[in-house]
Design a protein around this ligand. Structure first.
Ligand code: ADP
Ligand code: MG
Length: 456
């Protein structure tokens, strides 16, 4: 595995845990410049990023690297390519040869710039927004707003759980208004950022300026309004600005992770403003819609999923489209590295660890017990010397699962299963891994055993 592949695989993992914004902010221009004796050297574009990664994300990065390259002990961060692991000239020469190209060339983030006037990100469009029964009300309301801003539904209040498309819908609306109503002043802001702006202008004595700025807007989009909770002074300012805009028939759109009445410590008058127009919820997509989303996103990423693989992903990511997309990113980056085609078996293999998360604690004993029960054997049968086929196969499955699920070492697994040699375990693991790719019945078997292990 080259350094570039190692970092890509680790980034695929990290991307699942961080918000998109954080991921891009902190990891976009990083790269691995060297790896020696378990120490990985990550190059950062500047000191600020270096410090941030060191202090906030080191654990996460180390963990992700370990998942890919087991013997990683430590991650060090450097600015630019000033990599110094071992000062010997030979090592330096080697490092020079190992330097990866800049990150942008490696990953096609397709990241588009946020417009500084509107704060809108042009990647969010209606074209890429899949509509199903779970979001059709919110979508229809947004379309109505687009047609007649300020008059039909004002305010529009969209709520729904995390990762279900609120930001996408709000930004798509903003982008469409930009292109269809060129003269309108549009601004997208998260409630969090709005609150910070308000507080710092109060402190800095420039609140009147800020008020004027906001009151000139024709379409104001406030995302994640639940963050206004508890901020009384901020709520007061928002309330007054809302009234000014509303009276001038200017459109306001809010989103929140919950309905207005469930936002704690929200002043009554602001709550009644939120409820005064159209309140539309986004619930959870059904299987058909999830499948449509998987297919649309796979197409976007030029990922040639077959029908079974697409269905597999749609089955396993039900509550969060962001996670579903993260899974697709992970498969896409694996495909880039391995150059294999993403069949169901392939997808299942690379997503197993996230699909089973949060991993309930399990133990070697539990794995062995589950395997024995599944094949109607006793734990002793698995551990003792017997070489009958009916026992050898389940034993190999147990070895495979101990490796796969618990990341146990080969010698440890050998010891747990009757003091067998680690080469026997390696052989079993390779054999079952290979069969897993080829044999659908075996995949089903293993799936059922895992259900036993994790009691799902
Ligand atoms: P929220 O703001 O509700 O937490 P986001 O709008 O950030 O969720 O959506 C999370 C991810 O899922 C984004 O990448 C978004 O593009 C994608 N997404 C959400 N809903 C849809 C949808 N209906 N069709 C296509 N992609 C979607
Ligand atoms: Mg959001």
């Amino acid at each position: 595995m080259t350094l570039e592949q190692l970092w890509q695989a680790a980034l695929g993992e990290i991307e699942l845990t961080l918000s998109k914004a954080h991921f891009h902010t902190w990891l976009k221009n990083t790269t691995i410049v060297a790896q020696e004796n378990g120490v990985v050297l990550v190059s950062c574009p500047n000191g600020f990023t270096k410090e941030w990664l060191e202090n906030k994300y080191n654990k996460l990065i180390l963990h992700a690297l370990r998942n890919v390259s087991e013997d990683t002990r430590e991650v060090r961060y450097v600015i630019g390519k000033e990599a110094v692991l071992t000062p010997s000239p030979a090592a330096r020469r080697r490092r020079e040869l190992l330097v990866s190209p800049p990150m942008e060339e490696q990953l096609d983030f397709k990241e588009l710039a946020v417009d500084p006037n509107t704060n809108l990100n042009p990647k969010y469009t209606f074209e890429s927004f899949v509509v199903g029964s779970f979001n059709e009300l919110a979508h229809a309301a947004a379309q109505a707003v687009l047609k007649n801003p300020g008059t039909t539904y004002n305010p529009l209040f969209v709520y729904g759980g995390v990762g279900l498309g609120k930001t996408h819908l709000l930004q798509a609306t903003g982008n469409a208004v930009v292109s269809q109503h060129k003269s309108l002043a549009i601004k997208y802001v998260t409630a969090d950022r709005l609150a910070n702006e308000i507080v710092s202008s109060i402190l800095g004595g420039s609140i009147d300026q800020l008020k004027n700025d906001y009151r000139r807007i024709d379409l104001l989009i406030v995302d994640d309004a639940q963050f206004l909770s508890g901020k009384e002074k901020v709520q007061e300012e928002v309330f007054h600005t809302f009234n000014v805009l509303y009276q001038k028939n200017k459109q306001i759109i809010f989103s929140s992770d919950r309905p207005p009445k469930a936002i704690p410590t929200l002043t009554e008058r602001l709550r009644s403003r939120f409820e005064g127009g159209m309140v539309a919820d986004i619930s959870y997509p059904d299987f058909e819609t999830r499948l449509a989303i998987v297919k649309a996103k796979a197409r976007e990423k030029e990922l040639a999923l077959d029908a079974e693989a697409a269905a597999y992903i749609a089955t396993h990511f039900q509550k969060n489209i962001r996670e579903l997309e993260g899974a697709l990113n992970r498969v896409a980056s694996q495909v880039r590295v391995s150059r294999q085609s993403p069949t169901a078996a392939y997808v299942q293999k690379y997503l197993a660890s996230i699909i089973n998360e949060p991993r309930k604690n399990t133990s070697p004993k539990q794995v062995i017990k589950a395997v024995a029960e599944f094949y109607d054997l006793s734990e002793r049968d698995l551990i003792e010397r017997g070489r009958k086929k009916e026992i050898v196969h389940p034993r190999q499955i147990a070895m495979f699962l101990l490796r796969e699920e618990l990341k146990n070492s080969y010698p440890f697994i050998g010891m747990k299963l009757g003091g067998r040699d680690h080469t026997t375990v390696m052989h079993a693991y390779d054999k079952i891994s290979k069969e897993f790719e080829e044999n659908e019945n075996l995949r089903r078997e293993i799936h059922l055993i895992k259900e036993r292990i994790y009691n799902v």
